[in-house]
Design a protein around this ligand. Structure first.
Ligand code: PMP
Length: 420
């Protein structure tokens, strides 16, 4: 039964049973309409209410400032790897074109000057794990390697493996990058930024690079210093809801027409990519996230998760969740550290993720033992602790400590770790 299991899967994550029961009933018959939420029109009043209420609760729970817009999109975190490029490179080009045009009247001259500047175009990536690496690779695929600047590659200071966050003074930030991108929590490698990287501090001015973060796997687990960001994005399937819904929280001033995007004709001439309309932030924003058909079921589910969280944490909101997440993580890391002869945590102390606790199991000689890891996964499952196998690319054990894992569930894992 659901009650006998604690699920530590890395995403999709477990969801509260009460939420699933509410969604299940609404799928069959919503508000006695004789239709369920997967069947009603996304343009109906009921759908609009579901969407607006989810947005409002998300804003309240996270304390999203008024100058930020919340967008519901599709395409997952991976879709956003591309969307951020389409959107922010185009915005950078338009800013540069305007700046050049202020000084030069002749259109051909403007174009020539713009072409020269585009040769120097840089997009900055902090590579601290598998997901930021993938995002940087998508940038290289779309705009070319020469335009991607790796600000830091954490593998270089850790024997070729992820697990540390390099010191900020060693980061190589470009002078006029179109965007600085990082992943706040690396799901595969168990690496999380302890706080906002101070060096990226950004006043949001015209000449400052945009700061963008992927928060797919630690969203809703700690407050976000929104004033430091241009945009953050996350897939819903870890702490918010189910796969299929992707959220972007973006500074309103970066949405057209105020900010502007380069004319597709100009982008074509410059050989830069033009994104699909479904991923265009300003189009999605202008249409209250309903430019094309959105899964209202996914939004309803996320809305129920938020209502539950708001009820649980009251005025504390996400700050309340942060405390619980920290306590659960400490319980588990506490045992891993205590039994360091048996367990080896992948991430360095200052970079340990509260959400994805990755570790290796050592044999009596102190060597990583895949045999023992397989036994651990099997024995844990027999105790109702499931989803503990590490990502296929790195192996080991990964206990994903998302919001749906209860304190009791985390304690049960800590006890299992003690006796294994
Ligand atoms: N970023 C992070 C941090 C992730 O954990 C994931 C998925 N696990 C992604 C991006 C990719 O998300 P999606 O599968 O929704 O495209």
């Amino acid at each position: 039964s659901r009650e006998s299991i604690t699920y530590f899967g890395a995403g999709p994550a477990g969801l509260p049973t009460t939420v699933l029961e509410t969604v299940a009933a609404a799928l069959v018959n919503y508000k006695s309409l004789g239709l369920g939420i997967a069947e009603i029109s996304h343009r109906s009043k009921d759908a609009e209410e579901i969407l607006n209420s989810c947005k409002k609760d998300l804003r309240t729970y996270l304390g999203v400032p008024d100058e930020f817009e919340v967008l519901f999109m599709q395409g997952g975190g991976t879709g956003q790897f591309s969307a951020t490029i389409y959107e922010f490179v185009s915005l950078w080009v338009e800013r540069r074109r305007k700046a050049i045009a202020e000084k030069k009247k002749d259109e051909e001259e403007v174009q020539r000057e713009l072409e020269k500047e585009v040769e120097e175009l840089k997009i900055d990536y902090l590579v601290t794990g598998g997901w930021s690496l993938k995002a940087s690779q998508e940038a290289a695929r779309l705009v070319g390697d020469e335009h991607v600047n790796i600000v830091t590659d954490a593998r270089k200071i850790n024997g070729g493996k992820f697990g540390k966050i390099p010191e900020e003074e060693d980061w190589k930030i470009s002078k006029n990058a179109a965007m600085v991108y990082y992943c706040d929590n690396e799901t595969v490698d168990g690496v999380e930024f302890p706080t906002f990287p101070a060096i990226l501090k950004n006043g949001g001015g015209e000449d400052e690079p945009l700061v963008v973060a992927d928060m797919s796997s630690n969203i809703l687990s700690r407050p976000i210093p929104f004033e430091q960001f241009s945009a953050v994005f996350f897939g819903a399937q870890k702490n918010l809801g189910c796969a299929g819904l992707t959220v972007v929280i973006i500074k309103r001033c970066l949405l057209a027409p105020t900010a502007g995007r380069a004319d597709p004709k100009i982008m074509r001439k410059l050989g830069l990519p033009i994104g699909p309309i479904a991923l265009s932030y300003d189009i999605v924003s202008k249409n209250n996230s309903l430019y094309n058909t959105l899964s209202i079921t996914d939004v309803f589910l996320a809305g129920q998760v938020l209502k539950k969280a708001l009820n649980t944490f009251g005025e504390e909101r996400v700050g309340g969740q942060m405390k619980v997440s920290g306590e659960k993580a400490e319980k588990i890391y506490g045992v891993l550290d205590k039994r360091s002869e048996r367990y080896s945590v992948v991430a360095n102390k200052g970079a340990r993720s509260r959400m994805n606790i990755c570790f290796r199991i050592l044999d009596d000689e102190g060597k990583v033992s895949e045999e023992l890891e397989a036994k651990f996964v099997k024995d844990a499952a027999a105790e109702g602790l499931t989803g503990l196998k590490g990502h296929r690319s790195v192996g080991g054990i990964r206990a994903s400590n998302y919001n749906s894992v209860s304190f009791e569930g985390a304690t049960k894992l800590a006890e299992f770790l003690e006796q294994f």
